[in-house]
Design a binder for this molecule. Structure first.
Ligand code: ATP
Ligand code: MG
Ligand code: FE
Length: 342
């Protein structure tokens, strides 16, 4: 079965073709980061309009790359939520319009289910069950993943997401948007221990997180230096922030493995691309004898491939989830643990 995936929940337009026999055939992405940069964050109306402009050229691109025609597509998977309502509506309309024209079924996918399953898009995918550390721009959660559609939240952030904390720290340090990669790079030049920031909820005894205090600690450190702040100071603060964030994420992921007695950890979402986090988790995995899996770097942040994969896996298990009515809704707010499996 050939599944076309379409992601448009925020500021990336992603298209992909996934073949259930051969795997991922092609994926193409347009990131709106440059467009939103001057505003310091995503402007929803601009995002919606840009998805309209980009989707069909990207579709042609993936068809060309995989040497397939639109008529070869057997089903279309699109991101139904959560995300920006206007941006989701663009993707939902395009997916349903194409499906109607082709008389093929559509399936609406939960964006976070896409992220959760993205580490399966590798040559040697991890087997179920596993613990997933989902660290993205809007979410920070530890999940027990028993099978496709069976997700239990073990813990989550009480305030900011990890990616959000990276982005806000970048802003405070005068770096660009999105901040994750830039804070990570600058931290490499920081002196370990020069700036020590709090590790919120490290010893809370549960699997929840909190990042807003860490962000405030960065603000306080920046203010303390005032106008005298130099490049080395900024690097030291970035280092202090990354060390604190990574410490908490790694410790809670390890605690989740202990609690569930599972031996496999899967990391997904944009912050899963972070070098320091990967190094810390790889070292812990070696030391403690668990396996850790990541998506390809390019598939950590939003993409169409993870949506196509989630659609293919769902349709294989639950063919009745295929929709033929072409009457669609989007779900800008949608809790992953409420996902129906049947
Ligand atoms: P959600 O999936 O929760 O709706 P999102 O789709 O915006 O949010 P993603 O695309 O998964 O989130 O990830 C984007 C986030 O990942 C941003 O906050 C970005 O700063 C962060 N990020 C990307 N690369 C890195 C990196 N190398 N280190 C740390 N953070 C990173
Ligand atoms: Mg994004
Ligand atoms: Fe995302």
């Amino acid at each position: 079965m050939l599944v076309l995936g379409l992601e448009s929940s925020c500021d990336e337009t992603g298209l992909a073709l996934y073949d259930t026999e051969r795997g991922l055939l092609a994926h193409a992405l347009h990131s709106q980061i440059a467009m939103h940069r001057e505003y310091g964050g995503v402007v929803p109306e601009l995002a919606s309009r840009d998805h309209i402009r980009r989707a069909l050229p990207l579709l042609e691109q993936v068809l060309d790359q995989s040497n397939r025609a639109l008529a070869d597509v057997d089903a279309i998977a699109f991101t139904q939520g959560p995300g920006l309502a206007g941006a989701l509506l663009v993707g939902a309309s395009i997916a349903n319009g194409l499906a109607l024209a082709l008389r093929k079924p559509v399936i609406g996918i939960h964006h976070l289910e896409g992220h959760l399953l993205s580490p399966l898009l590798v040559d040697a995918p991890p087997a179920f069950p596993f613990v997933a550390l989902l660290v993205s721009g809007g979410h920070t959660q530890l999940m027990r993943v028993t099978d496709v559609g069976q997700y239990e939240t073990l813990g989550e952030t009480l305030d900011d997401a990890a990616g959000e904390a990276f982005d806000k720290t970048a802003k405070l340090l005068g770096l660009g948007y999105p901040g994750g990669p830039e804070v990570s790079r600058l931290a490499e030049f920081g002196t370990p221990g020069a700036v020590v920031l709090p590790r919120p909820m490290l010893h809370s005894g549960d699997l929840d997180f909190s990042f807003s205090g860490l962000k405030t600690a960065v603000l306080t450190a920046v203010r303390k230096l005032g106008a005298n702040v130099c490049e080395q100071d900024k690097a030291d603060i970035a280092r202090g922030f990354v060390d604190a964030a990574v410490d908490v994420l790694a410790a809670k992921a390890i605690a989740a493995l202990k609690q569930t007695r599972l031996k496999r950890l899967v990391v997904a979402g944009g912050v899963g691309a972070n070098r320091q986090l990967r190094e810390a988790l790889n070292a812990a995995a070696k030391r403690r004898g668990f396996a850790v899996h990541y998506p390809d770097l390019a598939l950590c942040t939003d993409n169409g491939a993870m949506i196509a994969l989630a659609g293919a896996l769902r349709l294989a298990r639950w063919p009745e989830q295929a929709q033929h009515a072409y009457a669609f809704t989007v779900k800008p707010r949608w809790d992953l643990s409420t996902l129906a499996t049947q």
